[in-house]
Design a protein around this ligand. Structure first.
Ligand code: GDP
Ligand code: MG
Length: 316
């Protein structure tokens, strides 16, 4: 199943909510107010919504757009452009490459690492998992289960160990075993920002010293169902680390989807992977065009809408 099929169902409510705006007969203030409301409801957040609507107004003015159908296409362009903040492929070009996975508790870091490891293993790569969440012994146990399922190696220390020391040992092990990719799990303690920053900086120093030329990814995992809270987390982590990408989990749940745009546009960091379930295969590469198609399909794909547009639609 492709990206589009996997997310379309979950985002269908968002799609019909946004589409309903385009049953209006005129591009007046009511239209823009209604659109603003729908975009906020879709989890774009206030800032990104205001930006998107402002840009749409400009495009409508500059191109002398008169119909809602044209405005719909213009909004698709605006959102597509807001999502265009960089390559969504992982950069794993060196041997070994390092992938650091960060984020608060419960967002799905360990599960996602298992899924990534499995994909890489299937692609013939030798993967080593680093149990950098030393906060609870259960965290390393959980990672070890995923390592077995995914056919990856694991390096772990005891509970309470220094995460940077586990990273150091993982790098030594990867060099000795000829691993292609090291994926580092971390504990997500955002409540103590200074501590988090220190811990990430220390890990960063170890990697820079031991593997100065390695390709690096620092991926922030966010739970899409937590809406604007996830946007807030993204802002905080973006201050603590140089993020190269976002992994958005639980897009199979009640997520409204707009958070993808809020984060891309707000932080300028691309969404790279999307979690769509708890299973080992439930991780897919983010596809901008397909995502857009799921939340705002072209008018001709929304059955019934084109008729409404012509009749000038009575709402509700
Ligand atoms: P961590 O604390 O960040 O390491 O989070 P975990 O990997 O332990 O995951 C927390 C919970 O989220 C677990 O029950 C996972 O099965 C679940 N989870 C992770 N990713 C997804 C996803 O994409 N979809 C759904 N529905 N659940 C997920
Ligand atoms: Mg974990």
């Amino acid at each position: 199943m492709g990206f589009f099929e996997k997310i379309k169902q979950g985002l269908s409510k968002t799609a019909s909510s946004i589409s309903s705006v385009f049953t209006a007969s005129e591009l007046d203030d009511d239209f823009y107010d209604d659109l603003e409301e729908r975009l906020i409801l879709a989890d774009l957040g206030m800032d990104t919504t205001v930006k998107a609507v402002e840009r749409l107004r400009l495009v409508v003015r500059d191109r002398r757009i008169k119909t809602v159908a044209e405005a719909r296409e213009a909004l698709r362009e605006v959102l597509c452009d807001m999502l265009d903040v960089g390559d969504s492929a992982l950069n794993l070009s060196t041997k070994p490459s390092v992938v650091l996975v960060i984020g608060v508790n419960g967002v799905g870091k360990t599960t996602t690492i298992g899924k990534i490891a499995n994909q890489l293993h299937q692609a013939g790569k030798k993967v080593l998992l680093c149990a950098g969440d030393t906060f609870r012994a259960a965290a390393a146990d959980q990672l070890e289960i995923w390592a077995k399922r995914a056919g990856a190696d694991i390096v772990r220390h005891g509970e309470g160990a220094d995460p940077a020391a586990v990273v150091f040992d993982s790098i030594s092990a990867a060099k000795a075993r000829g691993s292609d990719i090291i994926i580092v799990d971390t504990a997500g303690r955002l409540h103590n920002k200074a501590n988090l920053m220190n811990e990430l900086a220390k890990i960063d120093r170890v990697i820079s010293r031991e593997l100065p030329d390695a390709s690096r990814e620092t991926l922030l995992v966010l739970d899409a169902t937590t809406g604007q809270n996830a946007v807030h987390q993204a802002e905080e982590f973006n201050k603590a680390a140089e993020l190269t990408g976002i992994i958005l989990t639980k897009l199979d749940g009640t997520a409204k989807g707009g958070i993808v745009i809020a984060i891309s546009a707000g932080l300028g960091v691309p969404v790279k992977l999307v979690g769509v379930g708890e299973g080992i295969d439930d991780l897919i590469d983010f596809d901008r065009a397909a995502f857009l198609e799921a939340i705002l399909p072209p008018a001709e794909q929304m059955t019934g809408d084109s008729e409404n547009e012509e009749e000038g639609a009575e709402q509700e």
